[in-house]
Design a protein. Structure first.
Length: 276
């Protein structure tokens, strides 16, 4: 890593460690905390399974820049698309679709829609659609590649402290540093993802509650808390996943159709509207 990335890595590790220290500690330690960091890493990255798609009910809460609570549905096509449909009193009010190369959104109450290329929105955060999917459901990943697995052990640095394991990929993107923290008490699960830009003007964190027991895709987070700060924009949101009602491997090829009589807006206008 370059000197600046080594410095950013130290900052990120410190940030992860401080945040983790604020979490309540369990008095009784289980067998996970008695394992070596390498054993803990394998325990964290091993419980995965093959899947193609999932449709799952969600509860969505936006805390910043406005307070909004909605029910909805998420559809995820592995490595291809993420669709979120938000509903109020059973009626869809907004929809978001993210593909590998594009992003679409529409807001029915104002009859506006957004259509942007992913490259124009994430040129400083070179993430893939698979990375975004992993970040949402609470799995560690390699930016620009795939879900982190046991075979990636040689490519990461591990830092252990009581009840937590910090994982920093050795190869960092040019413009940012990122890493993960896992809870290693009586059970092991991913508890935090954090990313920091080299200019420190963009930070992204995701906190996770303990994993579900199991799903056809392996273990995933029950709740995801997102916090994004970019220049003058701060967004905080929470997604609660109702995995017990999920439908697995029942669809493919999520599509998008430009709604009739809607006005197209850009990302800057959308963010401006959120602050009003």
């Amino acid at each position: 890593m370059t000197r600046i990335n080594k410095s950013l890595t130290c900052i990120l590790i410190a940030m992860l460690a401080v945040m983790q220290a604020c979490q309540p500690k369990k008095e009784i330690q289980g067998h996970i905390d008695s394992q070596t960091p390498t054993q803990q890493y394998y325990a964290l990255t091993s419980p995965t399974a093959e899947w193609n798609s999932v449709e799952v009910p969600i509860s969505f809460s936006l805390e910043k820049p406005q307070r909004i609570s909605l029910s909805g549905r998420a559809r995820i096509e592995q490595g291809k698309a993420i669709e979120l449909s938000m509903r109020m009193i059973g009626i869809e009010v907004a929809r978001l679709l993210i593909r590998e190369d594009s992003l679409f959104a529409m807001y029915r109450l104002e009859k506006v829609y957004l259509a942007e290329s992913i490259k124009s929105l994430t040129n400083r955060l070179p993430v893939s659609i698979s990375n975004l999917q992993d970040m949402l459901i609470g799995r560690p990943f390699i930016i620009g590649a795939s879900t982190m697995g046991p075979g990636n052990k040689k490519n990461v640095d591990l830092e252990y402290s009581l009840n937590s394991l910090t994982i920093i990929p050795q190869k960092q993107p040019k413009s940012m540093t990122y890493g993960f923290t896992a809870n290693t008490g009586q059970e092991i699960y991913l508890s935090r993802f954090a990313a920091l830009s080299d200019k420190k003007d963009i930070t992204v964190t995701a906190d996770y509650t303990p994993w579900t027991n199991t799903t056809p895709a392996g273990k995933v987070a029950r709740t995801t808390l997102l916090d994004i700060s970019a220049q003058k924009t701060n967004i905080s949101a929470q997604i609660s996943w109702k995995w017990q009602n999920a439908k697995w491997n029942t669809f493919n090829n999520i599509s998008w159709q430009v709604p009739g009589n809607y006005r197209r807006i850009n990302a800057e206008e959308l963010l401006k509207n959120l602050h009003q």
